[in-house]
Design a protein around this ligand. Structure first.
Ligand code: SF4
Length: 121
């Protein structure tokens, strides 16, 4: 990965960045970083842009409709959604550790869900 500084601002440009968010592993991303925030990205798909540009967000706080809730409430809401689903899909898991993936597989078996990962995009 090469780095170039943009002398007109505090922006650093990282070239040939490898994206880890699906099995394609694109290795030609150009990523602009200003004040420790990812900005403009070249050669990145929307999935990659979304994850890189929101990397600093706190994803550990459970939320429903954008509002912070307690974990128990979030789990109950998720269970209700899954229980009502006609064709549930458990998707992603590319950045999920093995123990969590095992739990997802158990859940998919339990509710008859389809299971897919990010390599299918
Ligand atoms: S998520 Fe997008 S940019 Fe990243 S490796 Fe996959 S296709 Fe490439």
């Amino acid at each position: 990965m090469a780095t170039k500084s943009d002398t007109t601002s505090e922006t650093k440009v990282f070239e040939n960045v490898v994206c880890p968010f699906c099995a394609t592993l694109c290795d030609d991303l150009k990523v602009h970083v200003t004040n420790n925030q990812v900005g403009k990205m070249i050669n990145a798909c929307n999935l990659s842009k979304g994850v890189f540009q929101n990397a600093h967000k706190d994803w550990t706080t459970p939320m429903i409709d954008g509002k912070q809730v307690e974990y128990d409430h979030a789990v109950e809401e998720a269970a209700q959604i899954l229980a009502k689903a006609n064709n549930p899909l458990i998707y992603g898991l590319a950045a999920t550790d093995v123990e969590a993936q095992k739990k997802c597989i158990e859940l998919a078996d339990l509710i008859g869900a389809n299971l897919d990962n990010a390599s299918s995009v």
